[in-house]
Write a protein that binds this ligand. Structure first.
Ligand code: GRF
Length: 192
């Protein structure tokens, strides 16, 4: 299966997906990386692996629909079967989400349904929870609301800061995302 990764920044999850998908028995390959930020560090990582890249600034388009239609054209030109959102910081419109229904997944740094949205590590620490983690889920029109595919848990430790906690979660993200994409691309999981 052909996969595009959508990013806005660093791209460490994208890099983890790239590494995993290189294994001969992996059921998917990354065919392109699309960013809504031209300066996203992940674009350089992808390019250095010889992967097609594109960057599209939403501000250059008169409407979100036109921005998203152009994204779709790029994705279709790459003959994409599945989309992985990996730190893509734009909320996607319902038309785009529905077009890719069951074929688009996201990684979120919390144990959903806890802590949808931003600043998950700060909020978890402020609440004094003892467990935190990350979730890969199907993308549906409600933000961070689609059904979960896999979760990974980490302990919250005494003295944790948002940085130390996010680093512990990120290590799990890099393991979890390739596992979840494998389930999707091999047909072992599907959106009902
Ligand atoms: C990750 O924590 C991911 O869960 C969240 O945004 C961050 C992206 O990091 N959605 P990276 O760009 O993959 O390094």
């Amino acid at each position: 299966a052909k996969v595009a990764v959508l990013i806005s920044g660093r791209g460490s999850n994208m890099a983890a997906l790239l590494d995993a998908t290189k294994a001969a028995d992996y059921p998917a390959e990354i065919v392109g990386v699309l960013s809504n930020k031209a300066a996203a560090g992940g674009l350089d990582i992808a390019a250095s692996h010889g992967i097609a890249t594109a960057s599209l600034a939403q501000s250059r388009f008169p409407t979100r629909e036109m921005f998203e239609d152009t994204m779709t054209k790029v994705l279709e030109s790459w003959e994409v079967d599945f989309i992985c959102l990996a730190g893509f910081m734009r909320i996607l419109g319902e038309d785009f989400v529905n077009r890719w229904r069951g074929r688009m997944i996201n990684i979120h740094p919390s144990l959903l349904p806890a802590y949808r949205g931003l600043h998950t590590h700060e909020r978890a620490l402020a609440d004094g929870v003892t467990e935190h983690g990350c979730t890969v889920h199907f993308v549906t029109p409600g933000l961070d609301e689609g059904p979960s595919i896999l979760q990974a848990r980490v302990p919250v430790l005494p003295g944790d800061t948002p940085e130390s906690l996010s680093a512990r979660v990120l290590e799990q993200e890099h393991r979890l995302y390739p596992e979840a994409l494998r389930l999707l691309a091999s047909g072992q999981v599907a959106l009902a």
